[in-house]
Design a protein around this ligand. Sequence first.
Ligand code: CO
Length: 134
Amino acid sequence: MIGRLNHVAIAVPDLEAAIDLYRNTLGAKVGAPQDEPDHGVTVVFITLPNTKIELLFPLGADSPIAGFLAKNPAGGIHHICYEVDDILAARDQLKDAGARILGTGEPKIGAHGKPVLFLHPKDFTGTLVELEQV
Ligand code: CO
């Protein structure tokens, strides 16, 4: 069902420091910060030859990233995103298998303008999993 790794998302407590680290220390191609008010995050995309890294920084008062950073003050891997061809078919198959879908269970439009869903980390070896239809 799952295809390519679309991105690894890393929550960071200091966005400018993280941009500097990836751009200047690691020598990666780092994009401009994008505010995503619907998701409560500012996102920076880093393009690697085989996948992307997404830096996530809290945006707004009730950002879903704020609690994660409170528990992980240095930042950390927040989720991984796998590509699927048909997000509704993937959702229904996973629900039938007993997996929990976060939120309403309906896809939202994600940071790349494509439908996304998040799966409960307790059902996926402690990892928050995002599915993106490509
Ligand atoms: Co993501």
